[in-house]
Write a protein that binds this ligand. Structure first.
Ligand SMILES: NC(=O)c1ccc[n+]([C@@H]2O[C@H](COP(=O)([O-])OP(=O)(O)OC[C@H]3O[C@@H](n4cnc5c(N)ncnc54)[C@H](OP(=O)(O)O)[C@@H]3O)[C@@H](O)[C@H]2O)c1
Length: 238
């Protein structure tokens, strides 16, 4: 199998890349932190290729994507895992922070996954995995723009799935709950899933088509949360 993982230098993306490489997959790993990527390549020199790229550099994708496909000599799987959650205080409305989250979590995903869609539509094969979040299921008070970016990537991925299903292309949306990664360090969250366990569950979804939570508990909780009327949800402050 040949794969591209965007956002592979830490947390979930790093684990996905490691697990794919350990299963003899050839993986193109993308992120900004070159030192982290180099460390990963040293661990799996036969399986891992690395590409330094900032997902906000949307114009670069048009040339980088075919270059990677050529160097991998094929492509079966693209995982968009790059993500950013800025620290936002309860009364803060920072356009700079908010737009950064939209740029990384949504616009970068569109740039990469449109290229994946074009290629896979042509080959009539392939799997796209978009990493969303349970945070996209409601407009919560704490993180308006992060929530929006994750709701939007889920909608975008659903549209891709509906467009591409007749071509045999699978599009999987994953909605993890809290995971123990650099993104959540210092937030004081409990009951977090490890990146290793999350990556393992995500790779187990390959072959399916649709939207998935990573635990049955989250699936049940968010089934209810999505149906709480807005005035009630506002009072709950969750
Ligand atoms: N942690 C959670 O609780 C949680 C829950 C639900 C969903 N998620 C989602 O899971 C995904 C992975 O996050 P994580 O928890 O593993 O966090 P993480 O450890 O902070 O990883 C974020 C990854 O995104 C990459 N990235 C960020 N900005 C980038 C940019 N401008 N250009 C290229 N790459 C960029 C980072 O690479 P560089 O910094 O090296 O560029 C890194 O590889 C994200 O989409 C996140 O929203 C996380």
């Amino acid at each position: 199998m040949k794969a591209i993982v965007i956002g592979a230098s830490s947390g979930l993306g790093l684990e996905l890349a490691k697990q794919l490489a350990a299963n003899k997959c050839h993986v193109a790993c993308i992120a900004r932190r070159e030192d982290r990527l180099n460390e990963l390549r040293t661990q799996f020199p036969e399986q891992i290729r690395t590409y330094k790229h900032d997902v906000k550099n949307y114009a670069e994708v048009e040339t980088l994507f075919p270059k990677i496909c050529k160097e991998l000599d094929g492509l079966d799987l693209v995982i968009y895992c790059a993500g950013y959650m800025a620290p936002v205080t309860p009364n803060e409305f920072s356009t700079t922070k908010d737009l950064e989250m939209i740029d990384v979590n949504l616009k970068g995903a569109i740039a990469w996954l449109n290229e994946a869609a074009i290629r896979f539509q042509g080959t009539r094969s392939g799997t796209i995995i978009a990493i969303g979040s349970v945070a996209g299921d409601r407009g919560r008070q704490a993180q308006p723009a992060y929530n929006t970016s994750k709701a939007a990537i889920a909608t975008y991925a659903e549209s891709l799935r509906n467009r591409l299903s007749s071509s045999g292309v699978k599009v999987i949306t994953v909605k993890p709950g809290p995971m123990d990664t650099e993104m959540t360090h210092g937030l004081g969250l409990s009951n977090m899933m490890s990146a290793k366990s999350a990556a393992n569950k995500i790779l187990g979804l390959i072959g399916k088509n649709g939207e998935f939570y990573l635990s049955p508990v989250h699936k049940a909780i968010f089934y209810i949360i999505k149906r709480i009327p807005s005035p009630v949800f506002r009072k709950l402050k969750i």
